[in-house]
Design a protein around this ligand. Structure first.
Ligand SMILES: *Cc1c(COP(=O)(O)O)cnc(C)c1O
Length: 377
């Protein structure tokens, strides 16, 4: 089955009891047992719920993994993954990861005894150098947020396999429609499903998929033990949103390519970052390991003042955090999504005050170009 067909027919198809074409919302917390321990596979909805199960089966299939797990947010999913590690364990984490990822690792899990090094994982030599005897995993995003740096997943996977480390990939930006990290050798893939998978700015959720069934079992134990599960209503919203992932991603990308090209031809911008541009350092690699470049673009207008001007003048780009929805969104990472990263660190990374990030929606691209043109003038 090809991906577009899998998006429609994958996972649990409808309801066998009634023939309903969509999976019902099982708004239930507990399940009747015929005798102690004798039940139909469900005991309590933190442990398992049929609507959530349908979603978990669906994302596992889409990512070609053994086990899928749904959480109340991307951060709940990541925090559950992080709960696999012990005091004293060391992690290597991308230096340009989502601000919340940096925050939960550096301000919560390190307090509990985990140690982490934030490294430019697009530089494999730097990753290798950072490995210590107590290193247990490498956590990356590719492309990254907001600098869109690309890491070679397959090359990194050979390194992590040789060193017996887990490779964990945040696939939020490309989704399984464009990129399948598990096929390239990663062990765990996770998503902020709040973004492209949901796609309509109406649900906060996280999805995790493991390559290996045993790692999946371990994570299900933690999902149930920690309890950050996704409720049935939101599971259903995601199932519904994801049916159109294919057509949405095609449109996001087509619009982003056109906009990136248009932006890169302007003379009044400091730089334009989009992996689909031939000038992007990660372009060839992105082409090799993914089927598309996605819908995120960052560009530097030179100063915080000019960024303010653009933000106040745009009409079709909504000033908001988040990304991946049908409507175009615009933000200044330094003062919004990445504000939790210390100033010196932001400067080191190149997340300047003039850096604007856009999540290109599926509006008519001519309207988006006209809008950015008037806002930049
Ligand atoms: C939003 C985001 C997260 C966090 O997910 P939530 O659903 O907001 O908890 C993690 N990684 C990336 C790349 C994100 O964009």
């Amino acid at each position: 089955m090809r991906i577009k067909t899998r998006l429609i027919h994958g996972g649990v198809d409808g309801d066998p009891h009634t023939g309903a074409v969509s999976v019902p919302i099982y708004q239930v917390s507990t399940y009747k047992q015929e005798a102690i321990g004798k039940h139909k596979g469900y005991e309590y909805s933190r442990t398992g719920n049929p609507t959530r199960h349908a979603l978990e089966t669906y994302i596992a299939e889409l990512e070609n993994g053994a086990r899928g797990l749904a959480f109340g947010s991307g951060m709940a999913g990541l925090s559950t993954i992080l709960s696999m590690f012990d005091k004293g364990d060391h992690l290597i984490v991308g230096d340009d990861v989502y601000g919340g990822t940096f925050r939960v690792i550096s301000r919560v899990f390190t307090r509990l005894g985990l140690d982490a090094s934030f490294i430019d994982t697009s530089d494999l030599g730097a990753v290798e150098e950072a490995i210590r005897p107590e290193t247990k995993a490498v956590i990356i995003e590719t492309p990254t947020n907001p600098l869109l740096k690309v890491t070679d997943i397959a090359a990194l996977a050979s390194l992590t396999k040789a060193k017996n480390l887990l490779l964990i990939v945040d696939n939020t930006f490309l989704t399984p429609y464009w990129q399948n990290p598990l096929d390239l050798g990663a062990d765990i893939v996770y998503h902020s499903a709040t973004k492209y998978l949901g796609g309509h700015s109406d649900v906060v959720a996280g999805l995790v998929v493991t390559k290996d069934a045993k790692v999946g079992e371990d994570l299900h134990f933690l999902q149930n033990a920690v309890g950050g599960v996704l409720g049935p209503q939101d599971s259903w919203l995601l199932l519904r949103g994801m049916k159109t992932l294919g057509i949405r991603m095609e449109e996001h990308e087509a619009n982003a390519r056109t906009l990136a090209k248009w932006l890169s031809e302007r003379k009044d911008l400091k730089r334009v970052l989009y992996p689909g541009l031939e000038s992007h350092p990660g372009h060839e690699l992105a082409k090799k390991q993914a089927r598309g470049f996605g819908g995120m673009i960052s560009f530097d207008v030179g100063s915080g003042e000019r960024a303010d001007q653009v933000l106040s003048k745009v009409k079709w780009f909504t000033l908001a955090e988040s990304l991946g929805a049908v409507e175009s969104l615009i933000s200044v990472p330094a003062r919004m999504t990445h504000a939790s990263i210390p100033v010196e660190r932001r400067a080191e990374l190149g997340i300047t005050d003039g850096l604007i990030r856009i999540s290109v929606g599926i509006e008519d691209v001519e309207d988006l170009i006209e809008d950015l043109d008037q806002a930049l003038s």
